[in-house]
Design a protein around this ligand. Structure first.
Ligand code: SER
Length: 311
């Protein structure tokens, strides 16, 4: 990992992954790119439209990139609003990245996949790495196809492609956008501000989650793992499972007035098609994955980071 490119560097994971990489590698070796800019981004953001292969090729050549963290993607709910854009960005963008990687000698491509790659027929508890996968959202379809595409390029073109299936990510730093798991982030922010949270899922909808520092460590840990230790190209990673009613109850012990209003919408059917917990023993064995944050620790850190922003 001599010269690293991050795509989607201004997204929910991108901002904190960029920070995490900058804390380990000299700034001159980390190139952050996105189609948008953001105030307070940890690095200069190079403009990159992932649907434009020539642009990716130019940046990769100019910066002599050998490793790409490919994060640019539309999440599940936004993908349902604009399925064609989700297809173009999520799958077309990945194909562009892999083709450029093949043509210009990029050695390693790391791409997050998701619980959205599973579907309603998948076993919901302790979902294994290898199981029935028939996703029903465009997001899930593009991510599952993306896993296969990454694997195809790894076998055919010698690119070292690595991926992990993330649950919903909770972060104090960057608000998510367009996901089915965004309600959890929103609960923390509304509770701290003393505002009413409107939850778009049913109170009992259990889904897997992870705190952002663990997600960043997972991406960097997988990227740095010895190739010889990896037995597969895509890994489940699990941390904790939460239903809105469980997080609400926990937050009520700190903010007694916090009482969300439940108004399930079309995102409920997306959530209902996803697992509740993942079996991640391959990640634990192959590259020592081990999350550091449970609900208690995550909440303490979230509140410490969110509180100064209070009115
Ligand atoms: N957080 C994502 C979403 O809700 C799941 O990968 O779309």
């Amino acid at each position: 990992m001599d010269r690293i490119l991050i795509t989607g560097a201004v997204g929910q994971i991108g901002i904190e992954l960029t920070e995490g990489l900058l804390s380990r590698f000299p700034a001159s070796r980390v190139v952050a790119s996105d189609i948008r800019s953001a105030a307070g981004a940890p690095a200069d953001i190079r403009y990159l439209d992932i649907t434009d292969k020539a642009q990716i090729a130019r940046l990769v050549m100019e910066e002599r990139i050998d490793t790409i963290f490919h994060l640019a993607a539309l999440l599940s709910a936004r993908g349902e609003q604009n399925p064609q854009l989700a297809f173009a960005v999520n799958l077309g963008g990945l194909l562009n990245v892999l083709e450029v990687a093949r043509q210009h000698g990029v050695k390693k491509v790391i791409m997050p996949s998701t619980i959205g790659a599973f579907g309603p027929d998948t076993p919901k508890i302790d979902t294994p790495d290898d199981t029935l996968m028939r996703p029903t959202s465009m997001y899930g379809i593009t991510k599952l196809a993306g896993e296969l595409l990454l694997d195809y390029y790894s076998r055919r073109s010698g690119i070292d492609g690595r991926s992990l299936r993330f649950p919903g990510i909770i972060s104090s730093r960057t608000e998510p956008g367009g996901g089915t798991t965004d309600w959890a982030d929103d609960f923390y922010r509304k509770a701290v501000r003393g505002e009413k949270a409107i939850c778009f899922l049913r109170a009992d909808t259990r889904l897997p989650f992870m705190y952002m520092p663990d997600a960043v460590e997972a991406l960097i840990g997988l990227a740095l793992a010895e190739r010889s230790r990896l037995s597969r190209s895509v890994y489940n990673v699990h941390s904790l499972t939460l239903a809105p009613t469980e997080l609400a109850k926990f937050l009520q012990s700190i903010f007694p007035d916090f009482e969300p209003l439940y108004q399930p919408d079309s995102r409920q059917s997306i959530a209902d098609s996803w697992p509740q917990s993942l079996d991640d023993h391959h990640a634990r064995t192959d590259w020592d994955w081990s999350p550091q944050y449970d609900l208690q620790r995550m909440t303490a850190d979230m509140l410490k980071n969110l509180k100064p922003k209070r009115g």
